[in-house]
Design a binder for this molecule. Sequence first.
Ligand code: FAD
Length: 447
Amino acid sequence: MSYLRRPKKNRMEKMNRIKVIGGGLAGVEACYQLLKAGFHVDLYEMRPAKLTPAHATGGLAELVCSNSLKSEDPCTPQGLLKAEMRELDSLVLQAAELSKVPAGGALAVDRSLFSESVEKLLVAAGDLQIIREECVTIDNNTIVATGPLTSKGMEESIRAVTGAKYLHFYDAVAPIITAESVDMSKAYYCSRYGKGPADYLNCPMNAEEYKNFVKELVGAATVVLKSFEKGDVFEGCMPIEVMAARGEESLRFGPMRPVGLRSPDGQKAHAVVQLRKEDNYDSMLNLVGFQTNLTFPEQRRVFRMIPALANAEFVRYGVMHRNTYINSPSVLTSCLNIKSNPYVFFAGQLTGVEGYMESAMTGILAGIHMARLQKGKTPLPLPTTTMSGALCKYLSQATDNFAPMHVSFELVPPLQEQIRNKQARRQAYAERALQDINKYRKTIFAD
Ligand SMILES: Cc1cc2nc3c(=O)[nH]c(=O)nc-3n(C[C@H](O)[C@H](O)[C@H](O)COP(=O)(O)OP(=O)(O)OC[C@H]3O[C@@H](n4cnc5c(N)ncnc54)[C@H](O)[C@@H]3O)c2cc1C
């Protein structure tokens, strides 16, 4: 499907060359959109001469770990994201079609064929020059998509355009659960000693519950860190299981401190887990201080031992890993260009999204928005009713505790009518999103 008109030749000659830095999932999508819009694109990719600690080849869009691009069902966040990306003519999803392998309801690919297909489709799309070298400068008319393992040389330039304090080098995020899955008969809102607004939801535990919880937490299985993730990157931010292993009382003097948090009927708990609101729709809650390296199944098993969280539904699991990303809410607009210079865009995991498809999606959008800007038009943010638009809104507006995020139904605004059945609700979200992205596509390419 090609919906972008190619500019007439005399207009093309006047067009700027656009620089895209990083030939990963985001970078190739950005290039593709720009090429189709008729721009000359210089794509800088430092591999194979200089590899990251996770990449092994010189191939574009190398999948560094799993070969699964996750669900195809539009009633899941990942499936809906893909349906939206197809509306916007995703290069990565075209390449996935050409290289897919059987994987039930998921989309999985043969990784080398996938990478080859990406390169073939990209080269055929227009006036592309692939420059196989590390790029360390950010000029105007540039999309930066250097990923979670951005080269050292590029870090200085990112600092210069974003501000030094806005560049992070690792994730240390606590799990997020849905608000509706908390058992409110076992939790209560209050502030410590009644000071300030009662913003935190408190989940109390008695002595026996606490003791069992600590025992299971300390013995739980953790993720094996890759060699480049070891070292002192996590200094100053201790995983909850490491803190618990220091002694049975440690958590009661740390994130589970119960003092000043009496329940509405005046009861004093032995320990308290505090949950903080994560979004404006009050649909997601963060387990405060629970950054962890536990495996995902172990997080489900152990954190559900907290009585109010027995049925907790996880929106995002806790992780602690090496990951370069910028503090997007301080730096970016919802169209992914930087507030201080609209001609510089960021895309991919560097913006604080998590996941292959999320990274690719931000590449599509950065490409579309850059093309509009170059043609003298205003970039238009996606409707927030779409998975993609909701994630971009999160990137530009999340609060103080910004942490990388993947797609989730909890990010999109609630439906106008309340639908109790979860499957029917998701279906309604998907229909609304696909209608809205279809309208968006027509608007954006009509003018
Ligand atoms: C070890 C690891 C495993 C992961 N596993 C998964 C997984 O299984 N599933 C999942 O959904 N997500 C996973 N992710 C997260 C994420 O989805 C991927 O990292 C994804 O590839 C991010 O896309 P990107 O385009 O932002 O970055 P990348 O795909 O990493 O692309 C960035 C590109 O920029 C290049 N580059 C860097 N600096 C420069 C420079 N200065 N000049 C020129 N080129 C440069 C790099 O060589 C790279 O090709 C993983 C991340 C890591 C680090």
